[in-house]
Design a protein around this ligand. Structure first.
Ligand SMILES: C[S@@+](CC[C@H](N)C(=O)[O-])C[C@H]1O[C@@H](n2cnc3c(N)ncnc32)[C@H](O)[C@@H]1O
Length: 224
């Protein structure tokens, strides 16, 4: 597997499919923070339900394995109207993850301002899950932002989550253990996590995006 690492050992990046996180030891990750890709090419309820199942079952199994018992899983999920109705991905994903032993602990919103699209098309849910039986003590933190879409790296194919949102989610989560982004794209989560003094592990399937992340985060090839 193609691997990159920082010389100071604080970050590692694997190029591959994150349905298999075989290089990450069981129970070693403090926090998973990620913005999964949106695979639904057709509209309708069925497609949205398939998407939720794919995410929760196909990827969720490895999230569960690598996360520490009291670790946090944060998903940044866009939602939209499919032409007929509001999809409500947050409920679909929550229900699917619930069946495999996750419990929703916090819910926030990042709404994009200055968008030319319908406002309700530009909403992003911030969903925090823990393994069943591991509750989060409530705090007074407000997880709600109205921010413009940040300017992404010119070579990135994807939109990024704004830094203040990522910072707040990391600071609200388990403090020990590396931060994992299994859909790391251009590595925005990695940049913010390292800036907060956290270790970071990324996984990315697209070689162009993996190379970009490696370059942005100052990593060199470190294949096994
Ligand atoms: C929405 S983007 C993430 C954007 C990221 N937050 C950023 O700041 O650039 C999702 C990423 O997941 C990657 N991806 C899709 N399927 C994957 C898989 N099975 N394993 C690993 N990465 C995958 C895509 O190539 C894409 O770069």
């Amino acid at each position: 597997m193609i691997t990159w690492a920082r010389r100071d050992g604080r970050a590692r990046l694997y190029q591959g499919d994150s349905r298999d996180l075989g290089h990450v030891p069981t129970g070693s990750v403090g926090l998973i923070l990620t913005s999964p890709p949106y695979w639904v090419s057709d509209s309708g309820r069925r497609a949205a339900e398939r998407y939720a199942r794919r995410l929760a079952v196909g990827f969720g199994r490895e999230w569960r394995r690598v996360l520490a018992p009291d670790g946090d899983l944060w998903l940044v999920l866009g939602d939209r109207h499919d032409g007929r109705e509001w999809v409500g991905f947050d409920a679909l994903i929550t229900s699917r993850l619930r069946c495999s032993g996750w419990r929703l602990q916090s819910k926030g919103i990042w709404a994009e301002t200055r968008s030319r699209e319908r406002w309700d098309n530009r909403i992003n849910y911030l969903l925090r899950f823990r393994k069943a039986g591991r509750r989060v003590r409530p705090t007074s933190a407000t997880l709600c932002w109205m921010l413009p879409l940040p300017r992404t790296h010119p070579e990135s194919l994807w939109d990024a989550t704004p830094d203040p949102v990522l910072r707040a989610l990391i600071l609200a989560s388990r403090k020990r253990g590396p931060v994992l982004d299994p859909f790391c794209g251009a590595g925005t989560v990695g940049r913010v996590a390292l800036g907060l003094g956290r270790e970071w592990i990324g996984m990315e399937r697209d070689p162009r995006m993996a190379k970009l992340t490696a370059r942005r985060l100052g990593m060199i090839r470190a294949d096994d």
